[in-house]
Write a protein that binds this ligand. Structure first.
Ligand code: SF4
Ligand code: SF4
Length: 339
């Protein structure tokens, strides 16, 4: 990947000038912890599950990252190039609040975002101290976060110094999983630091379905996504094609998916069920949520078409893991691979 030198003057817009205050209030009500003017941390439900019920998330099962040491965050809370039907984020127009999702702000510095995210996570964790069911050892370890899931909402590659943000997390000993919709190939081509693992969401097997399900807000988005897939083989880190699978919308045309997967030659493919949560409830119905057996059946069809094998799955998260590897690459707490 190319290295890009940043000379940036870090200035900030105020939150009030960026988005309607009703949106900020709605997000706070949904327990988003705002960081600076355009970033946020939100407690993942699996943080609660692992600390209280000893049930870690599927990414701990698949890749070894520790659920209780994970920060779920985004540097682009209000900004995205798509308006996917299945998205849990508040999109312009939801709740009557409108803003321009492509009018990017003056960016906060990566350091400010990393420090603010850790602070927000510690605040979230403080709520567990008084809970008698808390696993004390896990809570103690959780106070030193080690993993950043750069994925919460929005398109993180719109945050211009995304490589520097990844670097700032890595400097603190974090592993990073970056989740992108792939519509900004130039940002990925110029990343100054690769994430520990890179996810590209491919939620349609063809352009027609893409326009219907992902509702791009920029021209030539499908072509840009395809360009990103062509770029993927140049990345050294493990790469994942994520298919958020919606019953009745995009669980079809496995031949189309297979061509895209072949182009990307990704390490993994993760078909995962759409979950009827957050603001997606305004756009889709409960019936759009596939069961795990439907995900498994879809994964089997993908496996047959691509030559990948199903190497793992998680019933409770309704996700399957496909790969040409025999087993997934796992990361210890310092980001080293254990094959
Ligand atoms: S890796 Fe994802 S699912 Fe697991 S705890 Fe972090 S945000 Fe939640
Ligand atoms: S790309 Fe991600 S953040 Fe953007 S609308 Fe789709 S699901 Fe939401």
């Amino acid at each position: 990947m190319f290295r890009k030198a940043y000379i940036m003057i870090w200035e900030s817009d105020t939150l009030e000038t960026l988005v309607p205050s009703s949106l900020v209030q709605a997000l706070k009500k949904q327990k988003y912890h705002l960081v600076g003017e355009h970033s946020a941390v939100k407690r993942c439900r699996w943080l609660y599950e692992t600390i209280i019920h000893d049930r870690p998330c599927y990414k701990q099962k698949f890749y070894g990252i520790k659920t209780h040491q994970c920060i779920q965050m985004t540097p682009a809370l209000f900004y995205c190039t798509q308006q996917c039907l299945f998205c849990w984020r508040a999109q312009s127009g939801d709740l009557g609040a409108t803003w321009n999702e492509m009018k990017l702000p003056k960016w906060n510095s990566p350091e400010k975002i990393v420090e603010g995210s850790i602070k927000a996570q510690l605040k979230i964790l403080s709520g567990y101290k008084g809970n008698p069911k808390t696993n004390r050892q896990k809570l103690k370890e959780a106070l030193t976060p080690r993993h950043a899931a750069i994925s919460l909402t929005g398109e993180p590659t719109l945050y211009e110094p995304i490589g520097e943000l990844i670097k700032a997390f890595h400097r603190r000993g974090f592993t990073t999983f970056l989740v992108s919709n792939g519509t900004v190939p130039s940002a990925l081509a110029e990343l100054s630091e690769e994430p520990t693992q890179l996810y590209i969401s491919v939620c349609a097997p063809d352009k027609e379905t893409y326009m219907q399900v992902c509702r791009p807000q920029i021209p030539k988005a499908w072509e840009k996504l395809n360009k990103t897939l062509e770029l993927l083989p140049s990345f050294k880190c493990p790469k994942v094609i994520r298919i958020t699978s919606v019953r009745g919308l995009n669980m079809k045309n496995v031949e189309g998916y297979s061509k895209l997967i072949e182009k990307a030659n990704s390490t993994y493919v993760e078909p995962k069920a759409y979950m009827h949560v957050g603001f997606s409830r305004l756009r889709l119905s409960y019936d759009n949520m596939p069961s795990h057996s439907e995900i498994r059946e879809f994964a089997m069809r993908l496996a047959k078409e691509t030559g990948y094998n199903i190497i793992d799955e998680s019933k409770e998260s309704r996700v399957a893991l496909l790969s040409r590897l025999e087993k997934s690459i796992r990361f210890d707490e310092h980001g080293f691979c254990r094959k």
